[in-house]
Design a protein around this ligand. Structure first.
Ligand SMILES: [Zn+2]
Length: 297
C-alpha cells in the first residue's frame, strides 16, 4: 500500500494561497473518509477509489481538509466526513459509492488507489486524535495543508507532526522451513510470520530478536532487511526482515501465540481455500515475505 510515483508536492504545503486556489479549482478532487472507512465505487468485485469534485463536498464536513498531493495539474485532498450520521453519510455520497473498510477492499483496489486511500485515512486518523496538545492540553490547529498541528497556547506553541509507529515483521527460517504462528488476535485458522512493535531505545534488528524470543522462544541470527509497507490500521509502518533461527525448539508465549510451527514450501504452495490453514492476503507484507521465501526453493 504505497505508491512511490504519487507526487505529494510537499513544497506546496506551506503555500496557503496556492492551497486555497488549488482546492477551489475545477479539477480539485477529494478522497472522502468516514469514520476510518473510505469511499469506493463498484460493489464487491472490482472496487475503485472514488475522488469526488471538491465543490461537491457540501456543508457540515471538511473542517479538516488535508492536502495529499498534486499528481498532475489538479490537487487531491482528503476530507473527514465522520461528523455525518451513518444514514446521512451514505445518502450524501450514494451517487459515488459506499464507505468500505480498507482492510477488506484494499486487496481488491488497484495498488496506487489503495495507497492513496491509506494515506488519506492515516492523515485523518492522526488529526482526529491530535485535536488537543499532549503537552499543555490546549486545542491545536492544523497547519501546512494538514501536515502539522500547532498548539494554540502561545506560551506552549508545541508543533505536532503525523507519526508512523514502526513495527517489525519477520520471516524466520530454520533449514528448509519457515516459522509461522497463529496469533491470539488472528481470525480463524490464519497463520502468519511473527511481528511486533519497536520499543523506545531499540534498533529494528533488536526488535526482531526480542520478539522472536518473547513470542516463540527462538534465538535468531543473520537478521536482514527485506522491504517495508505502510499499514494504516491504524498508523503503522511495517518493516520486513528475514532471519535464521539458531535452534528450532519453540517455547510459545501463550498470551500472544496460540500455536506455531515450522512449515515447508510444499505445505505453503498447497494451501487453498479449503485448507485447514490460511495465510494473509496478497497485498500484505506478511504474504510477500512468505511468497518470496517460497519462490526461492
Ligand atoms: Zn500546548
Amino acid at each position: 500500500m504505497s505508491d512511490r510515483d504519487f507526487d505529494r508536492a510537499a513544497h506546496r504545503r506551506t503555500d496557503q494561497p496556492w492551497l486555497e486556489n488549488a482546492l477551489r479549482a475545477d479539477g480539485a478532487r477529494v478522497a472522502v473518509i468516514w469514520r476510518s472507512k473510505a469511499l469506493v465505487s463498484g460493489e464487491g468485485v472490482a472496487p475503485r477509489a472514488v475522488l469526488i469534485p471538491a465543490a461537491e463536498i457540501g456543508p457540515g464536513i471538511g473542517a479538516e481538509t488535508v492536502f495529499l498531493g498534486c499528481p498532475n495539474e489538479n490537487a487531491i485532498f482528503a476530507v473527514d466526513a465522520s461528523a455525518l450520521e451513518p444514514d446521512d453519510a451514505q445518502a450524501r455520497f450514494a451517487a459515488y459509492g459506499a464507505f468500505e473498510d480498507l482492510r477488506a477492499v484494499g486487496m481488491l483496489l488497484p495498488g496506487p488507489e489503495a495507497a492513496l486511500l491509506g494515506y488519506a485515512k492515516g492523515m485523518l486518523y492522526w488529526h482526529e486524535r491530535h485535536r488537543f496538545c499532549g503537552v499543555c492540553g490546549h486545542p491545536t490547529r492544523a497547519k501546512d495543508g494538514g501536515h502539522r498541528r500547532l498548539c494554540v497556547n502561545a506560551a506552549c506553541g508545541t508543533e505536532h507532526f503525523p507519526r508512523s509507529d514502526p513495527a517489525v515483521i519477520m520471516l524466520i527460517e530454520y533449514e528448509d522451513k519457515c516459522l509461522l504462528a497463529r496469533g491470539a488476535r488472528f481470525p480463524g485458522n490464519f497463520i502468519s510470520v511473527l511481528a511486533g512493535f519497536v520499543e523506545p531505545g531499540e534498533s529494528l534488528e533488536d526488535t526482531v530478536a526480542r520478539e522472536a524470543f518473547e513470542e516463540c522462544g527462538v534465538r535468531v541470527t543473520d537478521i536482514a532487511y527485506a522491504s517495508s509497507q505502510p499499514w494504516p490500521f491504524p498508523s503503522s509502518l511495517m518493516v520486513g526482515f528475514r532471519a535464521r533461527a539458531l535452534d528450532p525448539t519453540l517455547t510459545l508465549d501463550p498470551t500472544e501465540i496460540l500455536e506455531a510451527g515450522w512449515y515447508t514450501r510444499d505445505f505453503i504452495r498447497a494451501l487453498n481455500d479449503d485448507s485447514p490453514r490460511r495465510i494473509g492476503p496478497k497485498f500484505s507484507i506478511s504474504r510477500r515475505l512468505i511468497d518470496d521465501w517460497v519462490e526461492e526453493g
